[in-house]
Design a protein around this ligand. Structure first.
Ligand code: DGI
Ligand code: FE
Ligand code: FE
Length: 205
């Protein structure tokens, strides 16, 4: 399916607020891909598709995962909205004809992140948080600049803020979110364990 067809399908599926967020993430991701020398087309597809399962109810997400044998963790069982990344990647592959593992990974991991993300995964994770339509999040002007200066630092700050927010409102923290934060904290802090970590992930920045 070409990108215009996907865009039209999503325009019909998503309410105007969600669709505007989708397009904000798409163009922010393309800008970040320019900055970090990544494939612009992949960034555009991944941004467009990242929330393609967001309109589904918790019940529907759980049902889709069971039907298609996608693993549901204990934390996802309790907070099924966390499954919209994984389910979105399934839809991207099977309904929108995407077979690029980098695009599918970026959709899968856009909410919690994961240790050792590819550059495209970090771009979508970050674009989701800083796109121009976001306005209820603290420190956005600073984070928007940081994203174009040091992507790992931006990922780390976003995770830190997300964890603070979840702790303040008593939200359940998925172990992957916490592990991702610890990983990026470790590789961004001065004198951190930078080289071995990079060496384990050839796609990493
Ligand atoms: O789908 P979007 O709203 O565009 O953005 P998203 O997929 O990043 O989801 C954002 C929400 O996800 C935000 O309210 C924080 C929440 N979130 C991220 N990590 C965790 C989490 N929620 C829980 N309960 N646990 C997490 O580890
Ligand atoms: Fe999302
Ligand atoms: Fe989003």
């Amino acid at each position: 399916m070409d990108i215009y067809e996907i865009e039209e399908k999503l325009r019909k599926k998503q309410n105007s607020h969600r669709f505007s967020h989708t397009m904000g993430v798409r163009y922010t991701a393309v800008c970040l891909a320019m900055r970090y020398g990544q494939d612009l087309t992949k960034a555009s597809y991944a941004g467009l598709l990242h929330d393609c399962a967001k309109h589904m109810s918790n019940e529907k997400l759980l049902q889709k995962c069971r039907k298609h044998h996608l693993h549901v963790s204990e934390s996802e069982e309790k907070n099924p909205f966390l499954l919209h990344g994984k389910t979105g990647a399934w839809l991207a592959e099977h309904k929108y004809g995407i077979d690029d593992p980098d695009i599918l990974g970026a959709v899968t991991w856009h909410t919690t992140g994961r240790p050792g993300m590819t550059i495209l995964e970090k771009i979508i994770f970050t674009a989701d948080y800083i796109e121009p339509g976001r306005d209820h999040t603290p420190n956005l002007p600073e984070l928007r600049q940081l994203a174009f200066i040091d992507l790992d630092q931006a990922v780390c700050r976003i995770l830190e803020q997300t964890l603070d927010y979840l702790k303040s409102k008593g939200g359940e923290i998925d172990p992957t979110t916490e592990e991702t934060y610890q990983y990026y904290l470790n590789i961004t802090k001065q004198g951190g364990n930078h080289e071995p970590v990079k060496g384990n992930d050839k796609n990493n920045a």
